[in-house]
Design a protein around this ligand. Structure first.
Ligand SMILES: [Zn+2]
Length: 304
């Protein structure tokens, strides 16, 4: 397992905000203690040209100059431009590792799936996953595998995004809707924040789950979503891995157990295409165990 992580992503925060540094600060030693063989990589910042595939120039400028909070959930943290670029860069690098044959996870904050083309919201500043999907489709990250003919390193034509965070991936949806080379599926609580994601259309599959639904219903919806995505025959699968569907999460009303995240990881071992996952939400004190359950199950097959 390849983990993309910058220790500086815990350098910012605001008291009593659920998206807090401890989420990552406690996960890192937990994973390192349990998995000596996993490889850790420091990401680099996403460049303007990469972010501009999903965001406007005005948005980049607003994040760079952030002085006023974007909304009640989304503060103008000090150096948030740096941190948001590192997080997007980590997602891009995780996907490139995946296309190179590795299993890869971006363990970073801030998350990204609520960020819109022109708006930061819901703890998110840049759309890490949409930026990454569009980067993969642009083909700039394809590694020439050496002696094989160039034809075998053709760029990726189709990307699927599986978003099992408990909130609707509204930013991702807005950024990839009607892109024929991307299929997006979101499984999320509804009613719930941000209040979207009730209907499927074009390349967008939404699976709303009522609060306090039995976990078996939730898991089955996640499985159906993944099956639908694989019918699209993607050459790269990106996962918006949010762990706030957990029964003890403080900001949602879902019923998933730790074992269900292991089940999600296990399904990825059966997906025979390059796959990279990116951390989105997850606000309970059990987050390190939930991430470990997901990644350990995913890593349990041979190779990678
Ligand atoms: Zn969430």
């Amino acid at each position: 397992m390849q983990i993309f992580h910058d220790p500086r992503c815990t350098d910012y925060g605001r008291p009593d905000h659920p998206e807090r540094p401890e989420r990552i600060a406690r996960t890192v030693p937990f994973l390192k203690g349990r998995h000596r063989d996993w490889q850790w990589h420091e990401p680099r910042a996403a460049a303007d040209e990469e972010l501009l595939r999903a965001h406007s120039r005005e948005h980049l400028a607003r994040i760079a100059k952030a002085s006023q909070d974007f909304d009640l959930d989304t503060p103008a943290h000090s150096k948030i431009d740096f941190h948001a670029r590192q997080s997007a860069g980590a997602a891009i690098e995780a996907a490139r590792a995946a296309t190179g044959g590795k299993r890869a996870f971006s363990l970073m904050r801030p998350p990204g799936h609520h960020a819109m083309r022109d708006r930061a919201m819901g703890f998110c500043y840049f759309s890490n996953i949409a930026v990454t999907a569009l980067d993969a489709l642009a083909g700039t990250g394809v590694v020439d595998a050496g002696p094989r003919p160039a034809a075998t390193t053709a760029k990726i034509e189709r990307v699927a995004i599986w978003d099992f965070d408990a909130h609707h991936g509204n930013g991702t949806e807005a950024l990839v809707a009607h892109n024929e080379r991307i299929m997006f599926a979101s499984i999320h609580q509804y009613p719930g924040w941000p209040g979207t994601g009730t209907k499927s259309f074009a390349n967008v599959l939404n699976f709303p789950i009522a609060p306090y639904s039995p976990r078996s219903n939730h898991v089955r919806a996640a499985e159906q979503a993944l099956e639908k995505l694989l019918e699209f025959r993607p050459e790269l699968l990106l996962v918006s891995a949010g762990f706030d569907g957990y029964k003890n999460d403080p900001i949602t009303q879902m019923m998933l157990e730790r074992d269900d995240f292991a089940t999600f990881g296990k399904w990825l071992t059966d997906v025979k295409i390059p796959t990279a996952a990116v951390l989105e939400g997850g606000y309970s004190n059990d987050l390190p165990e939930l991430i470990d359950a997901f990644l350990s199950a995913w890593d349990s097959a041979t190779a990678g």
